[in-house]
Ligand binder design. Structure first.
Ligand code: BEZ
Ligand code: FE
Length: 297
């Protein structure tokens, strides 16, 4: 008998016995990962001491979570989001040098084939909402403007829904688009001021939030993926500082450095210069890309 086959399962030795059984795993990484997960899970069971009924309730919760998943709905990602795990995985994978812009969650509403537009284009295709200009500069960590940066943006409308959630109600590709910076590193586009919205709450994750006394809202934000060869891809948001959910985002995505300023512009000449008929919101937000190899210690 091999060493890993010696010793019976007891409450005291449970994690070691199970982890030992994985000795012939196909890779060291898989064995390591399963060792940690087994150890932490057994620790949790020993601390919680669930009844059989409670454990079955947990199993049924995970079963309902799986049944809720299809090509359009990923309830397990939502679970990872509300547990803070998506943000933690993002944090350990996007450590950057000081000064570089910070990442946050991607979320489920990005589409890969949004149209590319000239700077200044209005990505709001149905004219619903408060007009807004978003503008800024993309630089490297030394402050040099970056040319040819791909800026992929998407946001919810002023009722808090993405186009993909309202097919046939919003035009396809409403409030999303791709822009590329010129030699001066600047970008600008027009859109409408986003509103806060609920993450999908009609499944087991929504039930869990209710039972925990938590709301399902995300504060108003715009999503960005900012990318250029040779630089660390930046997946991030900018947030509305006045949103009532800024300090209680259901998925923990808010970071201080990502809070923008929304300034009301009333002057008719300025509105005319950007192609609007009346007052609008002006949002200026710059990004700093880190070179690809530069991970913070
Ligand atoms: C989003 O911001 O689009 C999002 C992120 C996590 C869960 C649901 C939505
Ligand atoms: Fe979002």
């Amino acid at each position: 008998m091999d060493a890993h086959e010696l010793g019976y399962f007891t409450e005291a030795t449970s994690a070691e016995v199970v982890a030992g059984r994985n000795k012939n795993a196909e890779s060291d990484r898989l064995r390591e990962v399963m060792e940690v997960i087994t150890r932490k899970l057994h620790e949790a069971i020993k601390e919680i001491e669930p009844t059989q009924e409670e454990w079955f309730e947990a199993i049924m919760f995970l079963t309902r979570t799986g049944h809720m998943c299809d090509d359009w709905r990923q309830e397990f990602i939502l679970l990872s989001d509300v547990l803070g795990v998506s943000m933690l995985v993002d944090a350990v994978n996007s450590r950057r040098p000081t000064g570089a812009s910070e990442n946050t969650v991607l979320g489920p509403f990005h589409v890969g084939d949004a149209p590319e537009y000239q700077m200044g284009h209005n990505i709001c295709l149905d004219q619903k909402g408060d007009d807004m200009v978003v503008r800024g500069t993309v630089r490297d960590v030394d402050g040099n403007p970056l040319e040819g940066v791909k800026i992929d943006v998407w946001q919810a409308n002023d009722e808090g829904f993405y186009d993909v959630q309202q097919k046939g109600i919003q035009p396809d590709f409403n409030l999303r688009g791709v822009f590329r910076t010129g030699a001066d590193g600047t970008y600008w586009f027009r859109a409408v001021r986003p509103k806060h919205y609920s993450i999908p709450a009609d499944g087991p994750v929504g039930d869990l939030l209710r039972r925990l006394g938590r709301h399902p809202f995300r504060p108003a934000h715009l999503h960005y993926i900012v990318s250029k060869d040779g630089y660390d891809e930046l997946t991030t948001h900018i947030f509305d500082p006045d949103d009532e959910y800024l300090h209680s985002d259901a998925v923990f995505g808010v970071k201080q450095s990502l809070i923008a300023e929304f300034v009301r512009v009333e002057e008719p000449e300025r509105a005319k210069a950007v192609g609007f008929d009346g007052p609008y919101w002006d949002v200026e937000f710059d990004f700093v890309l880190a070179p690809k190899a530069a991970k913070a210690a």
